[in-house]
Ligand binder design. Structure first.
Ligand code: FRU
Length: 541
């Protein structure tokens, strides 16, 4: 959410007011959604709630063959409001089944973001009859406290003894309150730190993150803090995640702190930065080479697009395959409540696998790629021959294919400093362009004329990302799904996620080369299947 330090109460109060009024304004539409219209932007292979508002992913946990995705959810309207934890489960990270609401507000407050762990050794004592409890650690937000100028946020626990279906709030809540009057004190991400045999919690506190330790998930002790003065000026820190990652091609492990900020993203509004360093069970210290590079070339963003926020990773995967899998909210607080859907609002990004790479000249870079499971939804690829390009080339594709597809392009830059890329258009003249500008060494995502852009003055934008990889061949992979495009560039070294609302589906793709010569090394397009069930959606509406 939008924030400026020291104005937490004003900020949150303002959100509560604007949400309340938009909630009212939205209600008639809620009752009478026009299915055709409201479904126009429903993604086919990304998670969306069947109805109403969603923001951050919460409580991501894999247990017993099931991926759980909890999320910030307002079951009453398609705008932010009294937060609950919605819940969906999947066995493959693609087909999600919506479950009953997991956590609802109570006397201690509404339920903000947090995480979930499996307490295998029953350190919390919340297990029963030998059954290890699944424990959710979340933030309570108490609006009345805020109005009385008191710190509104504390952390609470809930547990499930049936694999995440039913949740019982811990009677001793809250388990952690601010001791210094901090108003922004939220989004606990908890993990088991084996070497020190305790739970560690990363928590966003105003303009930095803090770490707490606990033997039983109930009593927490402050360990250290990280980052005061490091984030974008005027931003609040939200949704931290601290995780170890092996450095690709080595036996070395580094710790990565994934940290959401709002506002202050590289292209405006909400975005997520990362820091690489070491964690000794108590303190997170940035790697000196990483810090030096950050000083000279600026913050490292997990995603340079405007529509990937509050992303965190799944717990419980160590025992499965050790992958670090992240999912984010595919929206931005700059315009999140205004996007042109009615019955539901907001999708999640594709789940992504994170990997850590050593950089030439020192330092580390976090890469992301879509989870390999997505390949199961990809149909037969259409492959186009390599060719020299000096202007436009229209890909001969079935019109209906584009809105739900994967597009991979590789260009070799030859003479001059060309801009290479593609444009998607429809019969109304809506156009979305994505390119690589080889003279500025920058990727450019242009949604200025992409269709329905007027719902917020902050939406239409030309977003840029510096290319971090070297080399003459630029590889770009795009996942297009009706109202979004996710660009994985240079095999995930740079990522840009962009929401789009064309007035009609895009029907054409033109490749372009401007201001020089480039060779199209390869172009491939796959249709991507659908995972949503329209019948179910219709029933719920
Ligand atoms: C991030 C955030 C969190 C908070 C939640 C409230 O998008 O502001 O900090 O817990 O959303 O819905």
């Amino acid at each position: 959410m939008i924030f400026s330090p020291g104005k937490a109460s004003i900020h949150l109060a303002a959100i509560a007011l604007s949400s309340a009024s938009s909630l009212l304004a939205d209600q008639p539409a809620e009752k009478q959604p026009a299915p055709a219209q409201s479904e126009q932007y429903r993604p086919a292979y990304h998670f969306t709630p069947q109805a109403h508002w969603m923001n951050d992913p919460n409580g991501l946990i894999y247990d017993n063959g099931v991926y759980h995705l909890f999320y910030q959810y307002n079951p009453e309207a398609s705008v932010w409001g009294p937060m609950h934890w919605g819940h969906a489960t999947s066995q493959d990270l693609l087909h999600w089944k919506e479950r009953p609401i997991a956590l609802a507000p109570d006397a201690l407050g509404t339920i903000f973001s947090g995480s979930a762990v499996l307490d295998r050794d029953n350190t919390s004592g919340l297990g029963k009859n030998g059954r290890a409890p699944m424990v959710a650690i979340f933030t309570y937000h108490q609006e009345d406290a805020l109005k009385a100028d008191q710190p509104p946020q504390s952390q609470g626990l809930a547990y499930s003894l049936d694999g995440g279906e039913n949740w019982i709030k811990y009677a001793g809540n809250p388990v952690l309150r601010p001791d210094n009057g901090q108003k922004d004190f939220r989004d606990p991400k908890v993990f088991w730190h084996a070497p020190s045999r305790r739970w560690v919690m990363a928590l966003a506190v105003g303009d930095h993150s803090e770490f707490f330790g606990s033997a039983d998930l109930k009593q927490w002790r402050r360990l250290s803090s990280f980052g005061a003065g490091l984030g974008p000026h005027g931003a609040v820190w939200e949704c931290p995640d601290l995780l170890p990652l092996r450095v690709a091609g080595t036996h070395k492990t580094k710790w990565v702190l994934i940290q959401s900020f709002n506002p202050g993203g590289p292209n405006g509004g909400s975005a997520t930065q990362y820091f690489v360093g070491d964690f000794d069970g108590k303190t997170f210290k940035m790697d000196p080479d990483f810090a030096r590079k950050m000083q000279s070339s600026g913050p490292r963003w997990l995603d340079w697009g405007r529509d990937n926020y509050a992303g965190v990773t799944w717990s419980g995967l160590q025992r499965r395959d050790g992958r670090a899998l992240l999912i984010g909210w595919m929206n931005n607080w700059d315009y999140g409540e205004k996007t042109p859907t009615k019955a539901w609002r907001s999708a999640m990004t594709l789940p992504r696998e994170l990997s850590l790479h050593q950089e030439s000249g020192g330092g580390y870079a976090l890469h992301s790629l879509p989870v390999r499971e997505i390949k199961r939804l990809e149909g037969k690829a259409l492959t186009f021959n390599p060719r020299k390009l000096s202007s436009e080339y229209k890909l001969p594709l079935a019109k209906s294919m584009i809105s739900q597809s994967r597009l991979d392009l590789a260009f070799a830059i030859e003479t001059g400093h060309p801009k290479v890329g593609f444009e998607m258009t429809n019969s109304l003249g809506d156009s979305y362009r994505f390119g690589y500008d080889s003279s500025a060494k920058t990727f450019v995502s242009d949604r200025m004329a992409s269709g329905n852009v007027d719902f917020s003055p902050k939406f239409a934008s030309i977003d840029k990302a510096p290319r971090s990889a070297q080399g003459r061949i630029v590889r770009m992979s795009f996942y297009i799904d009706h109202s979004s495009i996710e660009a994985f560039l240079d095999r995930g070294a740079t990522v840009m996620t962009t929401a789009l609302f064309p007035r009609l589906p895009y029907t054409h793709i033109n490749l372009f080369v401007e201001g020089g010569r480039a060779r199209l090394v390869s172009a491939r397009v796959w249709p991507v299947g659908k995972v949503t069930k329209p019948d179910l959606i219709a029933k719920r509406l």
